[in-house]
Design a protein around this ligand. Sequence first.
Ligand SMILES: [Zn+2]
Length: 289
Amino acid sequence: MTLVSSTPLLQTARSGGYCIGAFNVHTLEMLQAVVEAAEETQSPLIIQSTVGTVKHLGPDYIAKAALVASERSSVPIALHLDHCSDFNVIMQCIRAGYTSVMIDASHETFDVNVAKTKQVVEAANAIGVNVEAELGRVGGVEDDIIVDDEHALLADPDDCARFVELTGVHTLAPAIGTAHGIYKGEPNIDFDRIQKIASKVSIPLVLHGGSGIPEEQVRRCVAAGMSKMNVATELRIVFSNAIKEVFNQNPEENDPRKYMVPAKEALKKAAIEKMRLCGSFGKARDYLQ
Ligand SMILES: [Zn+2]
């Protein structure tokens, strides 16, 4: 089937009380690995790319590869642009075939965040593309976005309700204590805050910083109302470590297929593990019925 908007996928996940894994990919093999994981577990899937990867590969290359993967697949797949503050890049991606985008103006004031998000929602609504926005500020490092602890800021539940009403945004990433990258200790997640936000807004909520959150805490996030979990760093590490392992065994290896195959297998396994935590096994049928 063709790529679908992430809106109906996430609405179905929210009402079904589970989460959908959204995985950042940087190469064709990474894209294939997460699609195979989704196929094998019959999970709905969101493939994501950062702005950095869009610039590295080209939005058309990524969108066409994701489209082929989706056409060959029996599970619903959405293609999402992660953290983007540039309206022009968002439009480029939508034109290339992305079915979901994030406008991240969380570093701006509340009013500017509302205005910028609203502008993207209006453009995206015309063609049925999902829009995600962020409120508060998620800490850590992702691509060239760096937010230190001092500037990380949790989202206020009443602000979330007001923001959704003012913008008409389809999905919301409220900062609730998770961070991008790998955690030094345990993440300090504010589960009550997730619950409060979920009780005030009816749209699906997005959990950023899904790398290395302990299993029990992921389950609590999903139970509290998170419908999408973003995972980036952990998957990059798994993929890269598998390649390093091949070169450790055979420094002379020069066939990319010889190191990409184990890397792809390792990533697929890690993605399946995240899908299990999300509770998305077998949920593809929810959407197809
Ligand atoms: Zn993020």
